[in-house]
Design a protein around this ligand. Structure first.
Ligand SMILES: [Zn+2]
Length: 1039
């Protein structure tokens, strides 16, 4: 599963917007009152189309009532038939009532009450009382045994195992309901009267249990939902016997949800007509909303799915269609081939009227990309299709395990809670992460699309073929998929050096920000409740997981690591594996090449402890060649108490593979590895001389920071200024990131990172610039509302000026393929332009304004693709309201998803608070802004110093709405909470945050505690270091 990622943070144009902006705004460029001016407002809601849609909905509703009555009658008949077979069919008691599906299906009877009571009384009179007694007896029995009853435990009881599911679905797209019949073949491991399996938000009509096909039924005593654990319980009259196999049949119906989970619907407009589609998102715990099942990854089974739908739609699932049976009334049933052994969370299906394009890999896997017909016609899926074919070939070769299924469909949907989901053979992507129109996409967008696809394809092996035993080790699949995003992209674009370079800024530096908080958590997290499971999908699992895997690959050696992975996949294919299985396989691979490292012992410290170490290397003053290496846990705010009260920061220790090299003016030694496992150690470094410096964590392959004594920092700064190329590109980026963050946390004087930055005027590589830009960003946000901000601004502008002049602006060459463009050079130029425009370089501002004016007056967009977002944002921030309206109008009229996104984000760059407020209010209107984009609007307004307080206020006022909307997709919620709060930095704002948390309702507790710690650290930095920084800057600027 790929989470929504902001690969690059773009500082909005900062407030100290000098006089000439006012000139620009009032003066020269008059916007013609073109037709766009009227068209720009939010569109009226009741257009003809809406009325038409409305009529259809009313009609649909009437049809749905009739259909439901019919379904209900059938259900009643069926239940009678089951009764005859000997099973007391006993669905939720409201079955056969007034035919209102919604209430009964969404909320299982007895929700929040002891299993099945009040309803049963209502409908079944005397029998209910009897059952209640039985149930009490059951409960009492468990109490006597001092055990939780099997349905109340957080995990499913282990006495049953599903072997095979036959699932037959009918999708009613006209009223967004579906009905299903599931037959589960069960193996009994321990005798029991209970069948406990997951089922949630559905209406169960009938249940039958049969022993084999011949031996007949086992009588069902009663059934009930137990909503607390989202299970459905079937109590039998006699025990199921060990070693026998039984068939459980359940007939049910449910809604095709409007929420983005389970089996849900979304829509798109084609030729003015709204079309609907239904698609699933089961990971991590939502399969239970679409069919009753054993919804834990360990319960692998085979699945045979059939989907009945109107013939105007097509259906898709993990496997190809085997046969389709057409009925006379315009319905068709697609029968899909049986799957291999797999878990429920990556099972999938879809009902849509998309079209597709197809390609075939060398090994014969059929790859199809399904999308809305206009996108397929435009060729927007061609890029994804092409790289998918190549990537399957790459992974088959790298892992030496063939792709397991006959086909892989990629499905581009308009709405999805995540960037993408790796369903085996039917991976689903949100359109912005897979469709790409080469004539209007930036390199950054291409990179995003590429990496999401590389990620999901990796999961076809890591996750789908070999599945984590339980969610605590979700990082085992997500860390690998994230790491391989870089390895796989290197395969597609060998010159881009993703794994060696971009990984640092986008993964390592990014996650160390998060994991440096005292309120972080270990990468392996204990998970008990279903409600905890969503929480484990966070950047710690993805990015720290990936960073640890990279560290491991480096200290093992890449070829041994690869061999180990091949063994791991071969041994565990079609099964589950835990982290120790991986460590064992990798240790064996190391042993084969004559090395002995206890990988489990080393890695347990990194995966079971939160946070990471900062290594401090001190030269010994008496004996030159002896150094002292010490380790401690890195935290941004040393005042905060450790989250684990039983354990001080002092007790954290890691076994650290510290690589180290010695350098002097023109030369650097080859690296040596020192395993640091104590709090403090002495080591002899033979080549250490008077003027030589030490460099730790060579190429930043390790997951830790390195600090030095000031003398060594000075030597390193001199080296960078004189001849930076002696130090590798990755280490230059690493030094920048370490220095900024060590200073922010108070380990290092504030001037050191700013002094390091000075060498950048000679830096021609992208990565160090990118690292500096990212490290400056939080510092900028700490300062952007302070009185002396302009000193800081001025200092940064000076560092950027000469490189900005050297590189100039790109020209727009639409014929040149993005892929052929020199990625590093274009990205460097983009980075420098972004810094220049953000910090107010006059030339940069004028250039942006000219480009925007040209676009408006000619109505032709000649702005170079790779800098469009910067130009739009700068234009909106500098120029008058008409430009905002123009961008707003373009946002509505463009159909290219990449363009739509950057237009929307540009609107948040305005310094007009009325416009920002208007935008915030519009962001919650789903007809205007897609649900998943609304979060970005709010976060981007919060990044704008003119909008920070507006977004913060809006967030608090709308919290109930926002929490209801994103509550279940916890990742979105935590992204929102941190995005809105991370740059609050005054005592007043901290108080507001704490007061809000006291009174708020709803989830996201973890996000809020992280938010409080972040804001506390911001406030503390302001109090302790802000003046020190400004003093140094003042002195430096006057020199
Ligand atoms: Zn993933």
């Amino acid at each position: 599963m790929a989470l929504e990622e902001k690969r690059e943070k773009r500082p909005p144009v900062t407030p100290m917007m000098i006089e000439e902006e006012a000139a620009l705004r009032n003066g020269s460029r008059g916007l013609p009152p073109g037709p766009w001016a009227e068209a720009a407002g939010p569109r009226p809601r009741t257009t003809e189309r809406h009325i038409a849609v409305h009529k259809r909905l009313v009609l649909g509703f009437a049809v749905s009532i009739l259909a439901l009555l019919a379904v209900t009658m059938i259900a009643v008949l069926l239940s009678v038939r089951f009764e005859e077979c000997g099973a007391a069919a006993d669905g939720p008691p409201r079955a056969g009532g007034n035919g209102s599906l919604s209430g009964a299906a969404r909320q299982p009877p007895g929700a929040g009450q002891p299993p099945g009571r009040p309803d049963e009384e209502e409908t079944r009179g005397g029998e209910a009382a009897e059952e209640e007694e039985e149930e009490d007896e059951d409960e009492e029995e468990w109490q006597r045994r001092r055990e939780l009853p099997p349905w109340a435990r957080p995990r499913l009881p282990r006495h049953l195992r599903p072997l095979h599911y036959n699932l037959m679905l009918s999708a009613f797209m006209e009223n967004f309901t579906f009905s299903g019949e599931v037959n589960v073949q069960l193996e009994v491991r321990n005798a029991s009267r209970y069948i406990v399996l997951h089922a949630h938000r559905m209406h169960i009509e009938a249940v039958r249990v049969a022993e084999d096909k011949l031996a007949g039924g086992v009588r069902v005593a009663r059934t009930f939902f137990y909503p607390q654990t989202q299970v459905f319980v079937v109590v039998l009259n006699r025990s199921l016997e060990v070693q026998r196999s039984y068939n459980l049949k359940i007939i049910y119906n449910a809604l095709i949800e409007n929420e983005l989970l389970g089996f849900f619907r979304s829509s798109y407009v084609l030729h003015g007509e709204r079309r609907f589609l239904g698609v699933t998102q089961f990971s991590p715990t939502h399969a239970r909303k679409a069919f009753p099942c054993f919804d834990e990854p360990i319960y692998k089974a085979t699945f045979k799915i059939s989907i009945r739908h109107q013939a105007t739609y097509l259906s898709l699932s993990n496997m190809p269609v085997e046969t389709s049976v057409f009925e006379e009334d315009g319905w068709v049933t697609d029968h899909f081939s049986q799957t291999p052994l797999m878990s429920t969370y990556y099972l999938a299906w879809a009902v849509c009227n998309f079209t597709y394009k197809e390609t075939v890999t060398k090994s014969g896997v059929i790859v199809r990309l399904y999308a809305r017909p206009d996108a397929i016609r435009r060729g927007s899926g061609d890029y994804a299709l092409n790289i998918t074919r190549r990537l399957i070939e790459f992974y088959e070769d790298y892992f030496k395990v063939p792709y397991s299924l006959p086909k892989l469909d990629l499905l581009a949907v308009p709405k999805h809670p995540y960037a993408a989901m790796e369903n085996w053979g039917l991976s689903v992507f949100v359109e912005q992460r897979i469709l790409l129109d080469p004539s209007i996409s930036s390199i950054l967008y291409l990179l995003d699309v590429t990496m999401v696809i590389v990620h999901e394809l990796c999961h076809q092996w890591f996750g789908d073929l070999v599945t984590p035993v339980w969610w605590e080790d979700v990082w085992l699949k997500e860390g690998f998929a994230h790491y391989f995003e870089f390895v796989g992209t290197d395969y597609l674009y060998p010159g881009w050096n993703m794994e060696k370079q971009r990984f640092l800024t986008d993964v390592l530096h990014e996650v160390m920000l998060l994991d440096g908080l005292a309120s972080s958590h270990p990468v392996s997290q204990e998970v008990q409740q279903a409600s905890d499971i969503d929480r484990v999908f966070d950047w710690i699992a993805y990015k720290k997981g990936a960073a640890l895997i990279r560290m491991l690959a480096n200290f093992m050696g890449h070829s041994v690591f690869q061999m180990g992975l091949q063994d791991y996949l071969t041994i565990h294919k079609y099964g589950n594996a835990a982290r120790n299985d991986l460590w064992n396989t990798l240790s064996k691979a190391l042993k084969r090449v004559g090395k002995s490292v206890n990988i489990q012992e080393v890695m347990d410290q990194w995966t079971l402890q939160m946070g990471y170490p900062v290594i401090t290397i001190l030269g010994n003053e008496t004996t030159d060649s002896i150094i002292v290496i010490s380790q401690e846990r890195f935290v941004y705010d040393s005042d905060t108490k450790p989250k684990d009260p039983g354990r001080g920061d002092n007790s954290y220790l890691w076994q650290i593979p510290l690589t180290i090299a010695v350098g002097n003016t023109s030369h650097i030694s080859s690296e040596a590895i020192i395993w640091v496992s104590n709090k403090s150690e002495h080591h002899r470094i033979p080549a250490l001389e008077e003027a030589s410096w030490l460099l730790g964590n060579i190429n930043q392959t390790g997951y830790f920071r390195v600090n030095y004594d000031i003398r060594n920092w000075r030597l390193l700064i001199n080296q960078l200024t004189r001849n930076h190329e002696v130090i590798s590109v990755s280490n230059r980026a690493g030094l920048i990131d370490d220095a900024f963050n060590l200073a922010r946390a108070g380990y290092l004087p504030q001037n050191i990172p700013l002094e390091i930055m000075r060498y950048l005027s000679e830096e021609k590589d992208f990565l160090p610039w990118h690292a500096a830009s990212r490290a400056l960003y939080p510092l900028d946000k700490l300062l952007d509302r302070t009185e002396s901000y302009n000193i800081f601004n001025e200092y940064i502008l000076r560092q950027v000026a000469s490189m900005y002049l050297k590189l100039g602006w790109p020209t727009n060459n639409l014929n040149k393929s993005l892929v052929q463009a020199s990625y590093q050079h274009e990205e460097l130029r983009r980075e420098v332009i972004m810094l220049a425009c953000s910090f107010g370089n006059k030339h940069c501002h004028q250039q942006a304004a000219t480009l925007i004016s040209d676009w408006i007056s000619s109505n032709r967009n000649r702005i170079p693709l790779n800098v469009r977002d910067i130009v739009y944002c700068t234009g909106v921030s500098l120029m008058d309201e008409d430009v905002w309206e123009f961008i707003w109008m373009k946002f509505h009229s463009t159909t290219a998803v990449s363009e739509k996104k950057i237009l929307l984000e540009a609107l948040t760059c305005s310094d007009d608070r009325n416009l920002l407020n208007r935008l915030l209010n519009l962001s919650l209107n789903s007809e205007v802004v897609l649900d998943q984009d609304a979060i970005d609007v709010i976060i981007h307004v919060a990044r704008n110093p003119h909008g920070r307080d507006l977004a913060w206020k809006f967030f608090r006022e709308k919290w109930k709405i926002l929490n209801a909307r994103y509550g279940e997709a916890l990742f979105m919620n935590s992204k929102l909470v941190s995005g809105v709060t991370e740059f609050l930095n005054t005592e007043g704002e901290l108080r507001e945050l704490k007061n809000f948390i006291k009174s708020y309702e709803g989830g996201a507790a973890v996000s809020f505690s992280r938010a409080v710690e972040t804001v506390e650290a911001n406030v503390r930095w302001q109090r302790l270091y802000k003046e020190e920084l400004f003093q140094w800057l003042r002195k430096s600027l006057t020199q």
